[in-house]
Design a protein around this ligand. Structure first.
Ligand code: GDP
Ligand code: MG
Length: 442
């Protein structure tokens, strides 16, 4: 009867759900990381609530500790909101020219982006043309012409000095020119203000109506921080857009604006601008951005390594044994071997985020030879000794020390640490103390 009971309990545990306690401390860290990355507060709140809800129902993944598991859920969610694993490609018109219109605040990087896109498209065998529909600032047209020269792409602009100041007319006119000159893509640069502005928003709307663009790209500076939500919303309501380009990602912004904009507008982020030169431009990668936003050491590669190394079946067995109070030196040996199989254990430890200082110095002083010594000692024990360390009297201990080329002191030390560890793991298995088990031998 008691065996069946224990089995039932073991099953319950191995089929368990993440608990609120498992989740909350990690979620607090995530919230902090997101705020530090300058994700807008309402976005952080909604995101964290959603992650918590998703994590609460989740099956416990035996290969990960609960914190790692929550981080993995967070990462999955971030990637999903940032666009998933498919790159969103530019939509090309069935009948050229394809029209791409750029909108955004002044200084966001629209004109620079126009040159980058033009150059990139030209490399892909397109024949783009740039259109100067920013007639707000005196030097805006000249700036676009310089960029066009660098990209080797022609620029359509109003004749200087004939008093034409209507960007809507310029944009409409450019459609005709593009067709006549067989440009298959037209990139329209527009004006912006330092703040959202009704007059300019109306102008952008009229340019959009006049040219019926295939893509309207909202260009936003990654450094904008908390203002990202309001700005993105204003442009979505004012002109609406089909995609987002994040600029100045070469700076030290952690990229919270990406999450703010993606979550608020549900529009895909398509490109990243990563410098002032025309080559500093790339398709947007949600997974990289998720990592940048979290910035929690290289938590994810840590999770991957742990997953690879950890044999699920072994994990299940030792969990059951733990529930039955049967964790032995034999299991301990297997775990040591798995840890060594995982490769550079020290590197793995160093990747853990938020490691307390004391533990950090232990990690620095740690070397794999300690693991090897532990393995040697256990291997010098008989199966009975491994399964029941209580029988390890003085003469057995000195025999083991001789057999493993260590001192009795080392054997005593290992047994003591093993007992501590077994106790800790038993309470962890009962859900009392989730987290990384302590490392004996350290
Ligand atoms: P616009 O007002 O939206 O047309 O913005 P501009 O294209 O004129 O860019 C404003 C400033 O930001 C210029 O000095 C650009 O060189 C700079 N800039 C644009 N994109 C990037 C980028 O990705 N990284 C960096 N570091 N600077 C950029
Ligand atoms: Mg400009």
């Amino acid at each position: 009867l008691s065996d069946r009971l224990v089995d039932a309990l073991g099953n319950l545990r191995s089929k368990g759900k993440l608990t609120a306690a498992d989740i909350d401390s990690t979620v607090r860290e995530i919230r902090r990381a997101l705020l530090e990355a300058d994700v807008a507060l309402p976005v952080v709140k909604a995101f964290v609530a959603h992650v918590r809800e998703r994590a609460l129902g989740d099956e416990v993944n035996r290969a990960l500790n609960p914190a790692q598991q929550v981080v993995q859920i967070v990462n999955d969610e971030l990637i999903r909101i940032l666009g998933g694993d498919q790159d969103r490609k530019l939509q090309f018109a069935k009948r050229p020219p394809t029209v791409i219109m750029l909108v955004g605040l002044q200084g966001a990087g629209k004109t620079t982006l126009a040159g980058k896109l033009a150059k990139w498209l030209a490399n892909e065998q397109h024949t783009p043309m740039l259109v100067a529909a920013d007639l707000q600032r005196p030097n805006a047209v000249t700036q676009l012409q310089i960029v066009g020269d660098q990209a080797g792409v022609p620029v359509f602009a109003p004749e200087p000095g004939n008093g034409v100041g209507d960007p809507v007319r310029v944009a409409r006119e450019s459609m005709r020119i593009a067709e006549a000159k067989h440009h298959d893509v037209v990139i329209i640069d527009t004006a912006g203000r330092l703040g959202v502005d009704e007059e300019l928003m109306g102008q952008a709307r009229r340019i959009k109506e006049a040219t019926n663009p295939d893509e309207v790209l909202f260009v936003i500076d990654a450094m904008i921080g908390q203002d990202a939500v309001a700005t993105a919303r204003a442009f979505q309501e004012g002109v609406d857009f089909t995609g987002v380009v994040l600029t100045k990602l070469d700076g030290d912004a952690r990229g919270g604006a990406a999450l703010s904009v993606a979550q608020t507008t549900e529009r895909p982020i398509m490109f990243a601008s990563v410098g002032e030169r025309l080559e500093d431009f790339e398709p947007f990668h949600p997974d990289r951005m998720a990592g940048r936003i979290l910035n929690m050491g290289d938590v994810l590669s840590l999770i991957e390594e742990a997953q690879r190394a950890f044999d699920e079946e072994e994990a299940r067995k030792s969990a059951e044994k733990l529930a039955r109070n049967e964790y032995t030196l034999e299991d301990f040996l297997k775990q040591m071997q798995q840890i060594r199989k995982a490769g550079n254990f020290k590197k793995m430890l160093s990747l853990l985020p938020n490691v307390p200082k004391e533990l950090k110095s232990e990690i620095d002083n740690f070397d794999d030879s300690a693991l090897i010594r532990i393995e040697a000692i256990i291997q010098s024990m008989t199966p009975q000794e491994r399964n029941n360390p209580k029988i390890l009297n003085g003469s057995r201990r000195s025999r083991i020390a001789r057999g493993s080329g260590t001192e009795v002191r080392d054997v005593n030390d290992l047994v003591k640490r093993f007992e501590m560890m077994a106790k800790m793991m038993r309470s962890a298995a009962r859900g009392e103390n989730p987290g990384m088990p302590g490392m004996p031998g350290m």
